[in-house]
Design a protein around this ligand. Structure first.
Ligand code: ZN
Length: 506
């Protein structure tokens, strides 16, 4: 028999002694491999952050939400994690946008870094180890570009630009499975007479009139996009890093170019595990400006909230496309509502003044199975969708044991304590289920009511008139109102303390 006072090892906050390996799908090899760190007990992780020229679209938050989980899971497994997430604060998009709105690129970037950090805090994701910015690393960037020229891997054609010479890097195309000959015949690559090969890319660009610029050996200019990540990863984490992450749309050319720059410079392997999160769609349509279906993270957070966004993201495996259709959003809200309803129930049970009782073996067994299942899912390439299913299995077991009419039994309180602890502890890794159950259930219920075109006041009025009917012993009327509420999707529960209602989540 388990006891409520002495939690079993599976419920404590450290993982138990059994060492299980974490498997990662490496985009480079297209296979899953057991994770082996460069330095025992440490993980170095670099994830490409946003270009800060506007509010980010909702899809940009997928990486932020997912890689937060990756970091948490490594830490739960006793690794020390350094997690770098950069801000691109020099870029064509920033310059163009600043000109459009009549501000400086610096001010524009500052504004949208602050807006991103506001959304990040709303999502209650943990701060990164560092958020380096391109403008803080100009000297390092100029050093790496110079070093690539010295090594014969880059050239300055004399117009103030510097290009990487892809023909001097035989492995070019290894991540995206492209080869230089194919790229040469590709029609999408712009011809440029100064380039030796159409795939050569700019490491440094000469300044144009009115653009921000820095002094370099090649004249006034600014860095190309790709070089910044190679430089910042090296400065903060070293020449070879454990994990590099980002969206699937960054594989080519951005990550391909990062590999070329870093490896040509150091002569060492740049990244041991490449991880890429997939994109999202809106009802089977890609999000794009031309389709007019671009939704910012901010507008999503205002219309729904952070918990819904995190839940939607983590309900799918990070390598599959997520559908952000209205139907999927509704489904996520009602799943969350079901879940928070069980958490509120658990909290209510814990509030009862009852004697201590042991947790029934059958429930303890389900808890152990959930623990094992959660761990196995997370170790299998961070399968958060599977990991979340363990929460719902345990929720059903908890509901079956405790949500019964009649007097509350001491063992139900014990079950509630173990359940709530498990959910909070595992939920914390996913950055989910940490809201106050009673308060948050109200917020979810309001969202569900809004979807049904109902509001809280109308329901309270109906519940009050039913109460009056009951006091007058008019049971026919009372039943009629109950049926009316049920047809609206609202359940009324009567107890000794009075009647409460909630939105039907079945
Ligand atoms: Zn990058």
């Amino acid at each position: 028999m388990g006891s409520v006072l002495q939690l079993k090892p599976a419920l404590t906050d450290q993982m138990d002694g059994e060492v299980m390996s974490i498997k990662i799908y490496n985009s480079m090899t297209k296979k899953k491999h057991e994770f082996k760190p460069i330095k025992e007990g440490h993980v170095s992780m670099y994830v490409c952050g946003p270009t800060v020229y506007d509010f980010l679209h909702v899809g940009n938050f997928r990486g932020a939400i997912f890689f937060n989980v990756v970091r948490n899971w490594f830490e739960k497994n006793n690794y020390e994690v350094k997690y770098i997430y950069n801000y691109t604060d020099v870029d064509d998009k920033i310059i163009n946008r600043a000109n459009e709105v009549g501000t400086t690129p610096k001010e524009l970037a500052e504004k949208y870094i602050a807006e991103f950090e506001k959304d990040y805090a709303t999502l209650r994701l943990r701060p990164h180890t560092k958020n380096p910015r391109v403008t803080e690393h100009m000297a390092d960037i100029i050093n790496m570009v110079s070093s690539l020229i010295e090594k014969g891997k880059a050239y300055a054609p004399g117009n103030g630009d510097v290009y990487f010479d892809v023909q001097e890097f035989p492995d070019y195309g290894q991540l995206s499975n492209k080869n230089i000959d194919e790229l040469e015949s590709g029609v999408r690559i712009e011809a440029n007479e100064l380039k030796k090969h159409p795939s050569d890319f700019a490491l440094w660009k000469s300044a144009k009139e009115g653009e921000p610029s820095w002094t370099s050996p090649w004249g006034e200019g600014r860095p190309g996009w790709h070089i910044e990540c190679s430089v910042m990863a090296k400065e903060m984490l070293g020449e070879t890093i454990d994990i590099h992450g980002g969206g699937l749309d960054l594989v080519f050319p951005h990550h391909e170019n990062e590999i070329a720059q870093s490896e040509a410079c150091s002569g060492k392997s740049y990244v041991n595990y490449w991880m890429h999160n997939n994109m999202l769609e809106f009802g089977q349509q890609k999000m794009s400006k031309s389709l007019g279906n671009v939704k910012t993270g901010r507008s999503f957070l205002e219309e729904y909230n952070g918990e819904v966004l995190k839940f939607l993201n983590l309900s799918s495996h990070y390598r599959s496309i997520i559908d952000f259709s209205d139907k999927q959003i509704e489904r996520a809200i009602s799943s969350l509502a079901k879940f928070y309803s069980s958490l509120k129930w658990a909290q209510d049970l814990i509030g009862h003044d009852l004697s201590l009782a042991p947790v029934p073996d059958s429930f303890q067994q389900q808890v152990d199975e959930a623990s094992h299942g959660f761990e196995a899912s997370m170790n299998e390439d961070f399968n958060t969708a599977d990991a979340l299913s363990k929460f719902f299995e345990l929720m059903r077991a908890f509901n079956n044991l405790t949500r019964k009419p009649g007097k509350v039994k001491p063992e139900q309180k014990a079950v509630a304590e173990v359940y709530l602890h498990w959910i909070k502890d595992r939920g914390n890794i996913l950055a989910l289920f940490q809201e106050n159950p009673a308060e948050y259930l109200q917020i979810l219920d309001d969202m569900l009511l809004r979807q049904k075109g109902l509001n809280r006041e109308d329901i309270n009025q109906l519940v009050a008139s039913r109460k009056k009917a009951r006091e007058n012993k008019d049971y026919a009327k009372s039943d009629e109102i109950r049926d009316q509420l049920a047809s609206m999707g609202v359940l009324v529960m009567d107890s000794a303390e009075g009647s409460v209602w909630e939105v039907d989540k079945s």
